[in-house]
Design a protein around this ligand. Structure first.
Ligand SMILES: [Zn+2]
Length: 686
């Protein structure tokens, strides 16, 4: 009997434990309970649902701040856009069921300012001490609404949530591949939906200036795309609405090819330089005047408390050793090595940022060698990307760190292809830095010292065309977003993939991600005939074995195919086979439809269209090996506005704003006999 009682007690305890777990399980343990991404710190659910009325009210306190009103407007807009729910915002109190209430009452004011509580009972209450918490609560609410048999419902329960890290960043590089403002705004909306709160914009690099500078107008080269200051002010305000701070970067004193092309007096010898060979003179007074004015101008446009000055990869620093201006200043600064002198230059830049413009400076970690004095104060934020020994020294010394571990958080770039796979990103944590070699698919991580003040992490995409960005970064960006929001939760990869496939892929689509892919694709050559083309002059191409082959017997100069239709913005895909190594494909864009001359068209070549568009390291003939002869190579050319970007295989070859692009036909004039084409398609873009 005793045993039996014991059994009953035990099973009762077990049952109670199970029941308790069912209603009070942390989200990490019962992932099926929700598809939220990032997962909240604590969640408990009941087995009942609240139906949302077709006309929802968002109710604020009478004395609600303007920011709280703005967040309510964001929520109303997103309810309509994402879920088709009509919502009105008003101040006062409420008794009606299914109302959304913003409240500061009873919130823990000591807690993380981004924290919030979301309670779903008779009403939906978002409770937060700070406005930013209201926004993240609203984003969790938006992800929580389910479609149950056609009705929009919310599972009753309570969520208590706050971020693990305050810097949850994403990096875009319009300097190398210009990005449309619409794309950036869409990205900001997506970032906010996943509680990412910093957009780092890389506005100046070797390849160009994307910031409109009134102080140094020559930096905005004629014909080059850039953002007007007012456009950037609006973008910053848009980011702020969505809780995303836009942190600008101007990358100096290296990466200054385009700057020196505009103002050669910034070079030690007054000469223009190719990519990677340019560095601002560290000795001339003009360099510091220039930097001061540029920082002032950029800082006045972006309200962010942070300012990124780059400082990475000073490849041409040896020029300073031979420059009388640099040598004079080096002595004045009592710097006994070029590296020490480099530190003094960066410190002058960070002092300007901090003391004159009252912003917190950020530099990439290779701006400083931690074994060489002088080193920055702890007010300078160190942005890690690679170099484990360097990063570890900064971590041990207690610096504030942002982790953009190149392996695996560089999600795309020139030579990186599409970066590392999802599982590598999923293994990353804020205190882990990896140093993979190119081509590695896994990362060996070093754990950094806990002495560091880890602000958070930031995923980066370099030099990538905007459509390709969207094709490449999901769901890896979301995995990273989850790590910086809730890094104490040991989520597993399968669960993340499941949530992504069941819910978030669809949500991203609704938010306009992959809009390009939804545009219909036209077949220009399917291997059978050339009905989509006309043949001005003698036709030099014949259809054979599903291929379009340059016939040796025809006159190449006269014979070319021209598409019957004309195109302005598009994605052109084709496969190309050449008997020997040839940069030119013979595929032309922007061809004149009226006229037989190809001369006004632009031929697609793996050689960059102009020196300034060359990838980092310049155009190395060895890179030709990447597009081998006697192999079918897949080409993709995207034309969007004045920007054309070529990808071969998965490799981004160049992005140029220097082509004379216009509405025109596609042309094919084979550059040599024996070259072949197949699978030619085009997807017109708006
Ligand atoms: Zn110099």
């Amino acid at each position: 009997m005793k045993n039996r009682l014991h059994e009953i007690t035990l099973s009762l305890c077990l049952w109670m434990l199970i029941a308790l777990q069912a209603c009070m399980t942390p989200a990490s343990k019962e992932s099926s309970a929700s598809t939220l991404l990032p997962q909240p710190m604590e969640a408990s659910y009941e087995n009942s649902w609240l139906s949302l009325p077709s006309d929802v009210s968002i109710v604020l306190a009478i004395d609600a701040s303007n920011r709280a009103k703005e967040i309510a407007d964001v929520l109303a807009y997103e309810l309509k856009e994402r879920l088709g729910i009509k919502a009105g915002v008003r101040a006062g109190t409420t008794q009606e069921e299914g109302t959304i209430v913003f409240s500061h009452e009873g919130a823990n004011v000591q807690a993380n300012p981004e924290g919030y509580e979301l309670t779903i009972e008779k009403n939906v209450t978002i409770r937060a001490a700070d406005e930013q918490g209201l926004l993240w609560g609203a984003q969790t609410l938006l992800q929580s609404i389910e479609n149950k048999d056609g009705a929009l419902v919310l599972r009753r329960g309570a969520i208590k949530d706050q971020p693990a890290r305050k810097w949850r960043g994403f990096f875009l590089d319009p300097a190398r591949s210009f990005l449309q403002l619409d794309f950036i705004r869409r990205t900001i909306r997506v970032m906010s939906a996943y509680k990412l709160n910093v957009l780092h914009l890389h506005l100046v690099d070797d390849e160009g200036w994307r910031f409109e500078t009134k102080a140094f107008p020559k930096c905005n080269a004629p014909g080059e795309p850039y953002y007007k200051q007012d456009e950037l002010r609006e973008l910053a305000a848009y980011g702020k609405r969505y809780g995303v701070d836009i942190v600008p970067e101007v990358d100096f004193p290296g990466h200054s090819c385009s700057t020196i092309a505009a103002y050669p007096q910034l070079d030690c010898e007054g000469k223009t330089r190719p990519v990677d060979k340019a560095i601002l003179c560290g000795g001339k007074a003009f360099t510091y005047e220039f930097i001061d004015k540029v920082i002032g101008e950029v800082a006045s446009v972006f309200p962010s408390p942070y300012f990124h000055i780059g400082g990475d990869e000073p490849f041409a620093i040896k020029r300073w050793a031979a420059c009388p201006h640099c040598q004079k200043r080096m002595k004045e600064k009592k710097a006994n090595s070029l590296q020490a002198f480099y530190h003094t230059v960066i410190l002058e830049f960070t002092d300007i940022i901090q003391k004159k413009y009252n912003k917190k400076p950020i530099v990439w970690n290779d701006a400083f060698d931690p074994s060489v004095e002088p080193l920055p104060s702890k007010d300078v934020v160190i942005h890690l990307w690679r170099g484990i020994a360097n990063a570890q020294a900064f971590a041990q010394a207690g610096y504030s760190l942002i982790n953009s571990s190149a392996g695996p958080l560089y999600l795309s770039g020139f030579m990186l292809l599409g970066g590392l796979p999802l599982d590598a990103v999923h293994d990353w944590k804020v205190n882990r830095l990896g140093d993979p070699n190119a081509g590695d698919k896994t990362v060996n991580y070093a754990e950094l010292s806990s002495n560091a003040n880890f602000l958070g992490g930031e995923a980066c995409v370099w030099a990538t065309e905007q459509g390709l960005i969207e094709r490449r970064i999901y769901p890896r960006l979301l995995s990273m977003a989850e790590k910086v929001w809730s890094d104490s939760i040991q989520g597993n990869l399968a669960d993340l993939e499941e949530r992504y496939k069941s819910t978030h892929q669809e949500l991203l689509k609704k938010m306009g991600v992959w809009a390009d892919e939804a545009m219909p694709k036209q077949t220009l050559f399917d291997g059978k005939d050339i009905e989509q083309w006309e043949a001005p002059g003698n036709q030099a191409l014949i259809v054979k074995d599903n291929e379009l082959i340059a016939d040796a017997s025809k006159n190449m100069a006269k014979g070319w195919l021209r598409s019957k239709n004309s195109y302005r913005n598009f994605v052109l895909n084709f496969e190309y086979w050449a008997p020997a190594q040839i940069d030119e494909t013979g595929v032309y864009i922007s061809c004149d439809s009226e006229n037989n001359a190809l001369s006004q068209g632009q031929m697609i070549s793996t050689r960059p269209p102009a020196p300034i568009d060359e990838p980092p390291g310049g155009f190395d003939p060895a890179t030709r090996q990447l597009y081998p002869a006697q192999t079918w190579n897949r080409y993709e050319l995207v034309v969007r506005g004045n920007i054309a970007t070529l990808t071969v295989g998965e490799r981004l070859v160049w992005s140029s704003a220097h082509l004379n692009l216009k509405l025109g036909a596609i042309g094919i004039a084979p550059p040599a006999k024996g070259v072949k084409y197949r699978a030619i398609t085009i997807r017109p873009l708006p």
